[in-house]
Design a protein around this ligand. Structure first.
Ligand code: DC
Length: 217
């Protein structure tokens, strides 16, 4: 079973994807980590951080080990990740990793849940289940603020909101694989939901869809 989840920053994609994966025995890949790890590599290198060539080389040399570590979760890396995610050659370099993960999930899992921006539209257009998770920008910024606070990182709410809106705008408007609501995706607006309610709604959708598919086969 393949589940594709897309949506803007801090909409709750990662939490939802992790919980669906755990309850269904699937592997989970947060594809934002690929772009963040590429950005982290660039920041460590001496080259011009935003050059397409350097970013592509960084993306091509990524390995699974680069995706670990809480230092990838910061807001500064998120900004650079969103910038380099506009480069076609960076995105192409990361496609195989994502599709290979879905085709052969680690530890013998029965399938995979991938979350990101272009999973439903580009990476796994034939996924069994597609979900677009969103929430109003203020609510998402507040969640991100609280998440950072929980990790001991002090930030300013208005700055988080502004930077998040800038990233969303860039992710939505870029020419290559922009963030879109795929026509066949289930739209889950979590503005007035907590993580439990979002999980229950998504789980119910997965189960219904599964039953319907079973009937039509
Ligand atoms: O989900 P995130 O905040 O960790 O993602 C960081 C950036 O990576 C996001 O702003 C755009 C890019 N990204 C992407 O272009 N496509 C994906 N599938 C996942 C992330």
């Amino acid at each position: 079973m393949l589940i594709a989840i897309d949506g803007p920053a801090a909409a709750g994609k990662g939490t939802l994807a992790g919980r669906l994966a755990a309850s269904l025995g699937l592997a989970h890949l947060d594809t934002g980590l690929l772009y963040r790890a590429t950005a982290a590599r660039l920041m460590r290198g001496k080259s011009n951080a935003t050059s397409e060539q350097a970013a592509t080389a960084a993306a091509q040399s990524l390995s699974a080990g680069d995706l670990e570590g809480s230092q990838l979760r910061g807001e500064r890396l998120a900004g650079l990740a969103s910038l380099i995610a506009t480069y076609d050659s960076v995105r192409s370099a990361l496609i195989d990793f994502q599709r290979d993960f879905a085709a052969s999930p680690p530890r013998g899992a029965k399938g995979a849940v991938l979350d990101g921006r272009d999973i439903c539209s580009v990476i796994l257009p034939d996924a069994d289940i597609k979900i677009f998770v969103t929430a109003n920008a203020e609510v998402r910024a507040e969640r991100r603020y609280q998440e950072l606070r929980g990790r001991g990182v002090h930030s300013i709410r208005s700055v988080i909101l502004r930077e998040m809106q800038e990233r969303d705008e860039r992710d939505r408007r870029r020419e290559v694989a922009p963030m879109v609501l795929a026509g066949d995706a289930f739209l889950l607006d979590t503005t007035n939901m907590d993580a439990d309610a979002a999980f229950e709604a998504a789980y119910e959708f997965v189960m219904l869809h599964h039953i319907e598919n079973g009937r039509s086969e």
